[in-house]
Design a protein around this ligand. Structure first.
Ligand SMILES: Cc1ncc(COP(=O)(O)O)c(C=O)c1O
Length: 365
């Protein structure tokens, strides 16, 4: 079976976990602090606050940046629900702006047009999601944010190592948030981290994720227990060393798909705009003129996994109706009916990827 995901766990990760277990310091501690700094250095941000998953990392970013009740946050409707749920956690309001159908990321023309005619002081931030491993155009987004004095939060759950003009995704905004779930480009089992530009904001983030502690039993804000464990951080330190290599294999697999599927009239392959480095958390194609269910069935018959990421725009999740603003979701809705993600993870061999291509190319015969 060619699966959609397979975490690459080696002896290094196993030994690192055993070392932590033998040390007796299995909850949060020095290994987490080491991981926070090394990951922040890798991305190019000064401060890191590790947490127990990517969802809590987003919540911590919003809390530390002071985004609260009634504040509005511009974001994308084409993402995993955790991105916009984190905005709801603080009773803030997600304002959904449609996506660019070529890149699946926020449409910055539409974002700018919305701000031009609707800006008011309740709009506090942009939460951008670098979806599937391709970063949004951060230089332009930063200019827009600056013009309206908006905070920028980057959801990098799917973009560890992605680049925009040689600069890492996650190093542009006021805060950036990563997930280390096992299907992601690197893992800590469950885990997350929020990176910060500003030291005092980072200190606040750390406080929120550790019960709002000033001292062991002294608390001056409503905090949470979102801490990462040393066991998770030990896995993360080893995975971080392998991240660039694992991304190279994802890119090699993507290049095989790009080439082999280029003549297939039913399949539109993803793009990598000039100046961007895609890290293919997902290799997501758009199907035209063929039933998606048929394609999935054909792949399954040949022992090949596939996934619909995402089957809906978040604007279609009914519980959002009275909690969010929908500026536009036409592309998000249309694409959610046509996308299909193919296996691209680093445990695949070239032969595996060629097999997926040859099965898909039977559609064109
Ligand atoms: C874009 C995006 N944001 C946030 C998350 C949440 O991360 P976690 O599952 O680690 O809580 C995910 C995870 O799937 C994601 O893909």
């Amino acid at each position: 079976m060619i699966n959609m995901a397979k975490p690459e766990m080696g002896e290094e990760e196993i030994n690192a976990v055993v070392d932590v277990m033998k040390s007796g310091m299995i909850a949060t501690g020095a290994v987490v602090a080491d991981f926070e700094q090394k990951f922040a250095d890798y991305i190019g941000m000064p401060f890191g606050a590790a947490s127990c998953n990517g969802t809590t990392a987003l919540h911590i970013a919003l809390l530390a940046l002071g985004i609260g009740e009634g504040d509005r946050v511009l974001t994308t409707p084409f993402t995993f629900i955790a991105s916009s749920n984190s905005i709801l956690f603080n009773r803030s309001v997600p304002v959904f702006v449609d996506i660019d159908p070529q890149t699946f990321t926020l449409d910055l023309d539409k974002l700018e047009a919305y701000l031009e005619s609707n800006y008011d002081e309740s709009i506090k931030a942009i939460m951008v999601v670098h979806i599937f491993g391709l970063a949004c155009d951060m230089n332009r987004l930063q200019q827009i944010a600056k013009k309206y004095s908006l905070k920028v939060i980057e959801d990098c759950a799917q973009s560890h190592g992605a680049l925009v003009n040689e600069q890492k995704a996650g190093s542009f905004g006021d805060a950036s948030c990563f997930s280390f779930y096992p299907t992601k480009n690197m893992t800590t089992s469950e885990g997350g981290i929020t990176l910060f530009k500003d030291e005092s904001v980072a200190a606040l983030g750390r406080k929120y994720l550790n019960h709002g502690r000033v001292d062991q039993y002294e608390h001056d804000v409503l905090g949470y227990n979102y801490r990462m464990t040393n066991i998770a951080a030990a896995i993360g330190l080893e995975q971080l060393k392998k991240l660039d290599g694992m991304n190279d294999v994802r890119r090699r697999n993507a290049a095989i798909y790009d080439k082999e599927l280029s003549g297939n009239p039913y399949i539109k392959t993803p793009i990598e705009p000039n100046g961007f480095k895609h890290v293919y958390h997902q290799y997501t194609v758009v199907l035209e003129g063929v039933e998606r269910a048929e394609v999935q069935a054909l792949l399954a018959e040949n022992q090949i996994g596939s996934a619909i990421v995402y089957p809906f725009s978040i604007t279609e999740q009914v519980f959002y109706n009275d909690k969010s603003v929908n500026v536009g979701d036409e592309n998000a809705r249309a694409l959610s009916r046509k996308v299909l993600s193919l296996p691209v993870h680093p445990a695949l061999t070239e032969e595996n990827v060629l097999k997926v291509c040859s099965v898909l190319n039977t559609l064109a015969k």
